[in-house]
Design a protein around this ligand. Structure first.
Ligand code: NAD
Length: 431
């Protein structure tokens, strides 16, 4: 069975279904379709599936024209009914893995998607989980569902975990440029999953099992989270010492080895960095182990929006103004530059706190037309001049920072987008 599937993968005649057509699943489905496979993109949000089916992409990294060409060629189709999984040779699961309010993992999406796949199990299939999750998920959650339907793993069903490392909005590294780590339940599972990904990426790195692959992703994101926290705490220290953080980090980055630059910011956001490390610490707690680095980094990063608020208060205060009644213009509400994703963005807390304290808040973001009950404004010269304080939260490349420097009266710059202020008339506070 493994050989038959191998042959279909090599000939690119294997029918692939990707469950979840979000930031991860859609680019992946499109990459397989572009490689010549026939791909079904399944999403249980009927509006999303309908939009994709009519050639409208919601992911900036996937241009609608590209999707339309694949639809026309019959290589891609979108569906919202899980019946569309029938007849798949390969099923890849790319559904969300958020946190519950209690900050515990919410793996209900993975469970639901895996149930849908297992309900349509047919011998000879390969199932790959790509959603970031806690170590042990693939074996503890997925396997029993398929085994209950008679599947024998490694013989007539092949199961692997392969973490998604896509960086939405990154113009240099797209799905097809990033090496894939693959860990199958058995060697045959790893081999098949590796063969699959070799069709679309330049390099596949097989590991000894799914738990290793799950941990690879978590380690990568814990690494980022901890280093961002270090940069954030370092920024607080530099501020007390009257030193510009960016100048120090940029100088340190001239060391050609043993140093990697991370920069401070208003807090962490998105679906990954604030969330994934807590999947690991949750699992470790169940194993009687407290992961102190993760807890500390999480504390420091989650306190940053509050720190930004303090900077706004100080900056207005220096100008003899209170937050109450002040006009604040927030530049950027997406969690990072170049994307329209506001999930977990520190802008939520910053905007809410400013409004709670009585500020009149407006925001500009070329990627986010509405934010809660607010509508984006154009950061024109007049709007910049009118604001008592401009708060740069997301350093979108579309913003005209020279205009901000020229026209804004006061700026809290959490991304070091403006140069170091040269004199007291430049009331810019850099993080
Ligand atoms: N966004 C990123 O930058 C990124 C990067 C690497 C890894 N990841 C991981 O990839 C996974 C997916 O993240 P995302 O950003 O693509 O999420 P997303 O919210 O953008 O997309 C998930 C999609 O899955 C759909 N869905 C949910 N349950 C479903 C089901 N049972 N059947 C069919 N469709 C279903 C949703 O409607 C949604 O469209 C997560 O585990 C995330 O941690 C995300």
């Amino acid at each position: 069975m493994s050989e038959a599937l191998h042959a279909r993968i090599a000939a690119r005649t294997a029918r692939i279904s990707v469950i979840g057509q979000g930031y991860v699943g859609l680019p992946l489905a499109v990459a397989f379709a572009k490689a010549g496979f026939t791909v079904t993109g399944l999403d249980n949000d009927p509006d999303r599936a309908a939009a994709l089916g009519s050639g409208r992409s919601h992911v900036p990294d996937v241009p609608s024209e590209e999707l339309q060409a694949l639809l026309r060629a019959g290589r891609y189709r979108a569906a919202s009914d899980s019946g569309a999984l029938a007849g798949s040779d390969v099923i890849v699961i790319c559904v969300p893995t958020p946190l519950r309010k209690s900050k515990d993992p919410d793996i209900s999406y993975v469970v639901a998607a895996a149930e849908e796949a297992a309900a349509r199990y047919q011998p000879g299939q390969l199932v790959v989980l790509e959603s970031t999750t806690y170590p042990g998920s693939t074996e503890e959650l997925l396997l029993p569902m398929f085994e209950a339907r008679g599947a024998r793993i490694g013989l007539d069903l092949f199961v692997a975990f392969s973490p998604e490392r896509i960086d939405p909005g990154n113009p240099v590294f797209k799905v097809g440029d990033i090496p894939k780590v693959v860990g199958g339940v058995t060697p045959a599972c790893t081999e098949l999953a590796a063969a699959l990904y070799r069709q679309i990426v330049p390099r596949v790195h097989p590991v000894s099992g799914p738990k290793v692959a799950e941990l690879v992703k978590l380690y990568e994101n814990v690494f980022r989270n901890v280093n961002i926290a270090l940069a954030n705490e370092f920024a607080l220290m530099c501020r007390r010492l009257g030193v510009d953080t960016r100048e120090v980090i940029d100088a340190a980055a001239t060391k050609p080895f043993g140093f990697m630059a991370f920069y401070p910011g208003p807090g962490i956001g998105g679906h990954c960095i604030p969330v994934d490390p807590l999947y690991l610490s949750w699992k470790m707690r169940a194993n009687g182990f407290e992961s102190r680095f993760i807890a500390l980094a999480d504390d420091i990063n989650r306190a940053m929006p509050r720190h930004v608020l303090d900077l706004v208060v100080e900056t207005l205060n220096e100008g003899g103004l209170a937050v109450k009644g002040a006009r604040a213009l927030v530049l950027g509400v997406a969690y990072k530059r170049g994307v329209g994703d506001t999930r977990e963005s520190p802008a939520h807390e910053i905007v809410a706190d400013l409004r709670r304290m009585g500020a009149e808040v407006a925001y500009a973001d070329p990627h986010v037309p509405t934010f809660g009950d607010l509508k984006a404004v154009e950061p024109t010269e007049e709007i910049l001049r009118e604001a008592d304080c401009v708060v740069i939260v997301t350093d979108h490349p579309e913003f005209d920072y020279a205009a901000v420097a020229r026209h804004a009266r006061r700026v809290v710059d959490t991304r070091q987008s403006l140069p170091v202020p040269r004199d007291r008339r430049q009331a810019w506070t850099r993080l």
